[in-house]
Ligand binder design. Structure first.
Ligand code: GL2
Length: 839
């Protein structure tokens, strides 16, 4: 391989210096960056200057790997995975990159020698919150695993100027604050102002027959917008692979409409620029709820078009002339339906712009795409009103009609006369107002379809994609989600990482199954004591954070019971509140009751337009206010709502949990990934048979999992017979008392109206079956308290949980995608013997 050394600079260096990783090299590079990039000398440098100088130092080390990866992929024409996702919830880069480079200790020492504290610098980083929750975070974990497994991959998405809002709590209510994550610059990205692609919107189409007799369609757009690439290297763990995350920013083709400008309409001239840039301004903060806004469809098409054009550019760069082997070079995963428009866009590019016959283009398209479904919630299934769709993407609508017609013709052959089936399968929903169904477009245009946990994949086949399953069962598979142990253990829980590594070596970080070797230690009293003390230190740190941030004192000896995730009725944060009020009533009834001291910790954002979710946050804070200040409780019960739950806060929270609350209504949480992060960090789970909880319980053993609640089948039965929540309330004195207490204004300064929407919904409708699961949950929680009193038993269960979590590494998930769907192999990256890095 030719090295990336400019002529005249071939210094042969020692291993550490060659890659710029000796402490002395790091220290000098850091000071250079402070001087030459930040333009500061130490006496006046701020913490942020130091953070940036360090970030640039680390980035240089990434670039060495990244450029070599890019060059290798290009030289070898490597088959590449493209992960298309509207969200990448990366979390802070610096710590993670230090871990993956294997440089954490060296940099810590280099900073110490400079009189700085690495932890303080890490705290300076503003996390890129380019996602809502689990779906966006999964994309980030998968990028980490792809690089770690040395799989050539590109993540394509949107560079939102404002990510998920920052949450403040005022008077118990959520207040949304704009997330200005780019305020101080972003040292991890490299803008590519010369890599610009054009994206069309609106207008009309016309057709003609060209001089070779071919039918051609031309799209005359109303508007053209530019996509500019911003690249972020994604490094694997202790390998030389650094993959590419390429996010697109929208800008105007011309900054000014000069004609308008010349006629004196200065504001009009600037308008177009502003309108164009709006496309990538802000992330829609709705998690699993369709908003149906035009701008959202523009975002989706914008980044998909940029991504596909970029792939074609790369494909042609490697010398290929026609696009007939496009699907051999690229395999594209659609992360939910947000990028589903790609199916029509690739067809348009192949047929209209590259003059490929329809049948061949369709073949390539279907071999290129695979689709992951992430939710069964009906309100999350994307569909676009036909008018809106057609006015924005007139050519794509034609293409979708054509795809649909050919598809339905085939269905007709298989099911003659079954018009109902045709109606159900059609990409166009004609049942009322007409819509384009994005899940159907994704399903028809893909060669593989998967759900994200075993139960979810089964339900997918029985519900939203039932007809597609009957048509093409061979396309369907399950790929249970996973999380990266690098961020969610090594970086966030150094204490436990050290303890585990001391006993079983460090192999488990890349081969999480190796944690099995901890099993015999579950009986080792010395090990158990160390295990407990790591957990206790983590809890002390979280307690200190809670004191600083929320002003509530919590006892690290109490049981930390944690529920952090987006706020949604199906996730049932309010079921946890019902149990807390139950415990509170028990203490009020019997002040001498010997109850395990408990701290309930909540965190999570509500979609700004989701009133019930916001009211649930207010309820949690109101209940916390009363309980935390009631002397009768004598500190045996504390309730805390941590504001602004995000990746950074997750890293503090998971390692400090004793009990993980995974209490969604069975059948609603597609997988969940927080459940995995908690268990991996030694928390025991109280949970329903929902999403990946089912598989976690299978792995860790039923005896090490606190199970409660109705199963999917039992709930189906309940609804079939007519679910009457009021019967559960009327026949359960404690439940009734708890509901009445909330309704009475006890937690709302006598205001009986405030929480009425919650209480009334539970009595009358209770879509998510809280009342049906209440008693089982309360009983199960009492079991938890009993086991917690036996610390030896609890610790043993905790160790066994961790030992058996190997399956839930995102490395396992990515290996499955590689084998079953992508058919892609690792490519080793070797760094050249000489380097730019001067000692
Ligand atoms: C979600 C699911 O709700 C969640 O259960 C799953 O773990 C993730 C990742 O597969 O996807 N679907 C979804 O739309 N969001 C999720 O978190 N936002």
């Amino acid at each position: 391989m030719t090295s990336l050394i400019p002529p005249g600079c071939p210094t042969v260096l020692t291993e550490d210096d060659r890659t710029g990783t000796s402490i002395e090299t790091l220290r000098r590079a850091f000071m250079d960056n402070l001087f030459f990039i930040q333009g500061r000398f130490p006496e006046v440098a701020t913490k942020n200057d130091y953070y940036l100088a360090l970030a640039y130092t680390v980035r240089d080390r990434l670039l060495l790997r990244w450029l070599n990866s890019a060059k290798t992929y290009r030289d070898q024409e490597s088959r590449t995975v493209c992960y298309l996702s509207a969200e990448f919830l990366l979390g802070p880069h610096l710590g993670n990159n230090l871990i993956n480079l294997g440089l954490y200790e060296a940099v810590e020492e280099a900073m110490r020698q400079t009189g700085l504290n690495l932890k303080e610098l890490l705290d300076q980083e503003e996390e890129p919150g380019l996602g809502n929750g689990g779906l966006g975070r999964l994309a980030a974990c998968y990028m980490d695993s792809l690089a770690t497994l040395e799989i050539p991959a590109i993540g394509y998405g949107i560079r939102y100027e404002y990510g998920i809002f920052d949450q403040e709590i005022r008077d118990g209510w959520q207040v949304e604050i704009t997330d200005k994550w780019l305020r101080y610059g972003n040292p991890w990205e490299i803008p590519r102002p010369e890599l610009i692609l054009q994206v069309k919107f609106g207008g009309h189409t016309y057709s003609y027959t060209d001089d070779q007799g071919r039918y051609r369609v031309v799209w005359e757009p109303h508007q053209v917008i530019q996509g500019v690439a911003y690249d972020t290297p994604i490094l694997g763990y202790k390998v030389n692979t650094a993959n590419l995350l390429r996010l697109w920013r929208a800008e105007a083709v011309e900054s000014f409409d000069f004609q308008a400008f010349n006629t004196g309409d200065y504001y009009g001239a600037v308008n177009q620029k502003i309108a164009s840039e709006n496309i990538t301004k802000v992330l829609y903060p709705n998690d699993e709820q369709l908003q149906g806004k035009e701008l959202r469809l523009m975002q989706q098409y914008f980044f998909c078009s940029c991504a596909l054009q970029d792939m074609i550019r790369l494909y042609k760069q490697s010398g290929n002339k026609d696009l007939s082997r496009f699907h051999e070079k690229f395999t594209v995963q659609l992360n939910d339906t947000h990028p589903a428009i790609s199916v029509a866009e690739l067809m348009r590019l192949l047929v209209d712009e590259h003059l490929m016959p329809w049948e061949q283009a369709w073949d390539i398209t279907r071999q290129t795409f695979a689709y992951t479904n992430h939710t069964l919630l009906p309100e999350a299934l994307e569909k676009w009103p036909l008018d809106l769709f057609g006015s924005l993407l007139p050519r794509h609508l034609q293409i979708i009609y054509e795809i649909n017609q050919r598809f339905l013709d085939q269905v007709r052959l298989q099911y003659p006369g079954d018009n109902d089936r045709l109606r159900r399968l059609s990409i166009i929903d004609e049942s009322g107002c007409r819509y384009v169904r994005m899940a159907h477009l994704a399903a028809v245009g893909s060669h593989a379809i998967n759900g994200v946990a075993a139960l979810h994949s089964e339900l997918l086949k029985q519900t939203v994609l039932k007809d597609f399953y009957e048509l093409t069962p061979q396309k369907f598979s399950n790929k249970t989600n996973g999380v990266t142990p690098r961020r969610w253990m090594v970086l966030s829980n150094p204490g436990l990482t050290r303890l585990i590594t001391e006993r079983i070596g460090e192999d488990w970080v890349k081969h999480l199954d190796q944690l099995r070797r901890l099993e015999p230690l579950a009986e080792d009293r010395d090990f158990a004591a160390q295990w407990r003390s790591v957990k206790h230190e983590n809890k002390e740190r979280l307690a200190a954070y809670i004191r600083d941030r929320v002003g509530v004192t919590v006892d690290p000896h109490s049981l930390f019971s944690i529920l952090v995730k987006r706020i949604h009725e199906y996730k049932r944060q309010h079921l946890c509140v019902l149990n807390i009020i139950t415990l509170y009533q028990m203490l009020k009834d019997n002040p001498q009751l010997d109850m395990v001291p408990q701290t309930f910790i909540f965190g999570g954002k509500a979609a700004p337009g989701y009133y019930m979710a916001k009211l649930i946050i207010k309820l949690i804070n109101s209940v916390a206010d009363v309980i935390n200040h009631d002397p009768a409780v004598r500190d045996r019960l504390k309730v805390v709502f941590l504001p602004d739950y995000n990746v950074t806060l997750g890293q503090r929270v998971y390692p400090a949990a004793d009990l993980s609350q995974q209490i969604s209504t069975a059948g609603y949480e597609a997988s969940g990934t927080g459940n995995m992060k908690f268990a991996l960090n030694g928390a025991l789970t109280i949970g329903t048979l929902d999403g990946a909880n089912v598989e976690i319980r299978e792995e860790v053993g039923a005896e090490n999992f606190f199970l409660f609640g109705n199963t999917v089948e039992q709930l189906q039965e309940l609804w079939r017979n007519g679910y009457r929540p009021w019967e559960f309330a009327n026949s359960n004195p404690m439940l009734k008392r708890v509901l009445d207490l909330i309704g009475s204004g006890y937690f709302s300064h006598g205001d009986t109206a405030l929480f009425r929407p919650i209480v009334e919904h539970l009595w009358q409708n209770d879509r998510y079956c809280l009342l049906a699961d209440y008693q089982s949950y309360v009983d199960c929680h009492q079991q938890v308290l009993q086991v917690y009193q036996d610390q030896a038993q609890w610790t043993k269960m905790s160790i066994l949980n961790v030992a058996r979590m190997g399956k839930f590494s995102s490395d396992r998930a990515i290996r499955e995608y590689c084998q079953d769907i992508w058919h892609v192999e690792p490519v080793k990256i070797v760094l050249p013997a000489t380097s730019y890095m001067t000692p």
